[in-house]
Design a protein around this ligand. Structure first.
Ligand code: GDP
Ligand code: MG
Length: 438
């Protein structure tokens, strides 16, 4: 999905002016890309119409960078479609907070229960896991194993009691033992059936949970959305956990489930391990889908691959305006170790759409050239590039096996780079103040 949309919208990026025909054409492709990603067709239709309406408005067509604005509209609308802001859990003023999980068999309820418990524990809460799946023989054991692994107690009463009674008993137990969050794992079935719904409703009535989270499997695409719709009729769902959004899931379910059920995705599962649960941020997912950049992941990536101390030195240099070609060379080497440049630049907002900056997004082959040019400079030239006059340029070009134009281009890029790094420095700071994922 991501690639399709990026290609389509990429065509708009380069355009100085976008007319109605361009928008319509782009939207036709967006529509196809969404349908192919298994997004509900009604949702697609409404979405595309909304974007078209906004994009064809005068405000956009008269603007300086219409292409970017169209992309921004698509991004905003995707975010809106998925619920806008991240949605928090409701914690009760009177502990314990009771969270009930529901969903079909194999969607990842038991795993999600453990993942939530693990997360709460890290937040200094005291979770209690409750084994209410009395259907599958190994279900209780599975929860105990996970509980042991994350060192969270598990409450169970075997498989002879009714799940509603087990849940009730667990809440009593939690009160006596100062457990402040009770996570109730329930049974699933292969398909939605009356038997299952009755059982879950009985649990709901008996314990009145603060949160009922439906667990759906992203890999099942539109089926996940239909199932969610069905559960939503019988249970007072407060949100959704969408699992298995790792791998090559097409992601269509994440885009339409909020629209269809009215219930937000609160968490996503991105792997089998207990740590692989994330608070769902609609804006981040739409940015990622469109390749418009996720500042947070860029910063994380930069932080992990950049030596912390070197980064600080660099920041100082940038601030004191003593950033030289020597540093540039070192930076290039750092950047190379971060991964493909395109990917890095795409993560910087505004970068992927900004033509001027795009021009300087050196590709890997060009990097080799750049290194050669810098290596042909004297120490003085690297430190004070302003001394590089035309005869020096000729010498450098000759020494590096390039042309004077290449040297000129690099000098210009270096200036832009300095500017950009200043911007990045700013962004880094403001980005850090924001909440980190999880
Ligand atoms: P339940 O029947 O709903 O309780 O489902 P389980 O929690 O037992 O999970 C079923 C399978 O899905 C297990 O093999 C899990 O490891 C796997 N699983 C659960 N969540 C995720 C996820 O986010 N990503 C991936 N790749 N696998 C998951
Ligand atoms: Mg289970």
């Amino acid at each position: 999905l991501s690639e399709k949309l990026q290609n389509t919208l990429g065509k708009l990026k380069g355009k100085g002016k976008v007319n109605e025909k361009d928008v319509k054409e782009a939207m036709r492709e967006v529509r196809l890309a969404l349908l192919e990603a298994d997004v509900n067709y009604k949702v697609v239709k409404e979405f595309v119409n909304k974007v078209k309406e906004r994009a064809i408005g005068e405000e956009v067509l008269e603007s300086l960078t219409p292409g970017q604005q169209v992309i921004k509209i698509v991004r905003d609308e995707l975010t809106e479609l998925m619920g806008g802001e991240a949605t928090e859990l409701n914690f009760s003023d009177k502990p314990p907070t009771v969270i009930m999980l529901a969903g079909l068999q194999g969607t990842g309820k038991t795993t999600a229960a453990a993942k939530l418990a693990n997360k709460f524990k890290k937040d200094n809460k005291h979770p209690l896991l409750v084994a209410c799946d009395t259907q599958r023989p190994a279900a209780i054991k599975q929860l105990h194993v996970l509980g042991d692994q994350i060192e969270v107690p598990v409450f169970s009463m075997g498989d002879k009691q009714h799940p509603a009674d087990i849940a009730k008993g667990a809440i009593e137990h939690a009160k006596k033992n100062q457990r402040d969050v009770v996570i109730v794992d329930t049974a699933g079935r292969l398909h939605v059936d009356e038997d299952l719904m009755t059982e879950l409703k009985q649990v709901e009535e008996k314990i009145s949970p603060h949160e009922i989270l439906l667990v759906v499997d992203a890999m099942t695409g539109q089926d996940a959305v239909n199932v969610a719709d069905r559960f939503n009729e019988d249970l007072a769902l407060s949100g959704i956990i969408m699992t298995k959004l790792d791998g090559d899931t097409r992601g269509g379910a994440a885009l339409s489930v909020k629209k269809v059920t009215g219930k937000p995705i609160k968490f996503i599962g991105t792997g089998e391990k207990v740590e692989e649960l994330e608070v769902f941020h609609p804006d981040r997912l739409s940015s990622r889908i469109l390749g418009m950049g996720d500042v947070m992941s860029l910063i994380e990536k930069a932080e992990t691959s950049m030596d912390q101390q070197k980064a600080q030195e660099l920041e100082k240099k940038i601030k004191s305006q003593t950033f030289t070609f020597e540093d540039f060379l070192e930076q290039l080497q750092q950047i190379k170790s971060m991964g493909p440049l395109d990917q890095i630049f795409d993560m910087i907002p505004g970068m992927s759409g900004n033509k001027k900056l795009k021009d300087m997004s050196l590709d890997e082959k060009e990097l080799v050239k750049v290194e050669a040019i810098i290596q042909s400079m004297t120490k003085e030239e690297r430190t004070y590039p302003e001394v590089i006059n035309s005869s020096r340029k000729k010498r450098i070009a000759h020494g590096s096996g390039t042309r004077v134009q290449d040297v000129n281009k690099l000098l210009k890029q270096f200036e832009q780079m300095k500017k950009m790094m200043k911007q990045m420095g700013k962004m880094n700071k403001s980005g850090k103040k924001k909440k980190l994922p999880g």
